[in-house]
Design a protein. Sequence first.
Length: 297
Amino acid sequence: MDFEADLVRALQEDGRASIHSLALRLGQSRAAVSTRLRAMLADGTVRVVAAVDPAFLGQHVLAHVSVRADGSVQPIAEHLRGLPETVLVSAVGGSHDLVTEVRVGSMATLHELLARIRGLSGVVDISTLIYSTVVKGFFVSDYQGDLVIDDIDMSLIEMLQRDGRMSYRALGEAVRLSPSAVTTRVQRLIAGGVIKISAVEARGLAHRQLSMGVGLNLSGEDDAVIDALREWRGVDFAARTLGRFDAVATLVEPTAGALYASLERLRTLRGVARMESWLHLAVLKEDYARTLRPAAR
């Protein structure tokens, strides 16, 4: 068993899981889990944060944009990192040089953003995929559109976006409520799909985990492929898409050999007609924090 990988996976499913419940799930002592988690949080191996559901923010259009560059990708990457619409920016190896995930409110806004990206110095061309359905994603919850939040809720969300494991006592002190009252509010936000608290793991060649993006063209057995992606432990993210692929997925494994084995497994799935992959060399931005307050005038 890979202790760290299993711990991260448990935190991705429930970022606020107690040390006791984590120890029971992993078959480890509470002291071992606590020590390992503190070390991973301290060295940046993992962050536990809250993310607001895109639908709650009015971000109804999610897209994956691949960029080919002429020359250095660093200036383009820095510009993309600074855009409020991007949640992910990664330097990749493959037919493109950079990929970014963007979230905006409308197709018109997406078209404007894509025009700006195409116009950046050094950009040769871009290729865009629209997520029609997010099949699996640790930071996409299931907001139903029927929850109203107040200023206290917004303050709690802002703190949890910085530290998803901040204690209920500390949260309560910050908003002048009892720990039990704060617990009720946070659980309501989670149950209502407004936020999801999960783990973000450092990935790329300089880190413990390797990450690979995969684009899939599917045949008639597409539902079976989608179900496999949803249940597959090594898949961090999967979505049905509109564009040059029918689906995209992100594979995360500890070694190049394990990534290769995952690709081989994907290739053999009935319903996969064609596959293209790209290796995430360096994840330059992975930031799901968003302000809920109107900008000051």
